[in-house]
Design a protein around this ligand. Structure first.
Ligand SMILES: [Zn+2]
Length: 161
């Protein structure tokens, strides 16, 4: 299996948001637990969470965490997915565009490399709206100055007489 195939396989595994539901109190835990973290019951069943949900609350970490320097500011949100509440990192959104109640969708992204240099993939959430916006305006100018300057350089070098 190639690396790409492995990544795709991992993506689909990660995107299956496995959780457990307590049959005694109804609490849904993600990731799955052998016993209910709320009432301690072992009477739990496996369940898959929906991939779309809403932001209940969020926090913005402006001070970068070691290993996450390129990802600052880091937005961590509590997301309602079906009956579960999931704490996850948001991606593809600026802090000023964050809103309580915004619709988000699960995606798989790279995270900070571990000490041995392995780059793990994790589930993050991105705005559902942004996904549509990106599709509609894919050819328009980027608001990221770094990426647009790269584009300019590339086109300049391509137009050498
Ligand atoms: Zn319970």
């Amino acid at each position: 299996m190639t690396t790409i195939q492995r990544i795709w396989r991992l993506r689909s595994t990660l995107l299956r948001l496995r959780a457990t539901r307590c049959l005694d109190c109804g609490y849904v835990s993600f990731p799955p637990k052998a016993a209910c973290p709320k009432c301690g019951s072992r009477n739990v069943v496996r369940e898959e969470l929906p991939k779309e949900g809403k932001v209940l609350t969020y926090t913005v970490l402006n001070v970068p965490i070691k290993g996450f320097e390129d990802q600052a500011p880091l937005i961590v949100a509590l997301i309602k997915l079906g009956d579960a509440r999931v704490l996850a990192q948001l991606t593809d959104v600026k802090p000023e565009d964050m809103e309580i109640g915004m619709e988000v969708v699960a995606t798989v992204r790279r995270t900070a490399p571990t000490l041995d240099g392995v780059v793990p993939y994790v589930v993050k959430f991105r705005p559902k709206e942004a996904e549509q916006r990106i599709t509609l305006t894919a050819s328009s100018t980027s608001t990221n100055p770094a990426s647009s300057s790269k584009t300019n350089k590339a086109s300049e070098s391509g137009q050498t007489p």
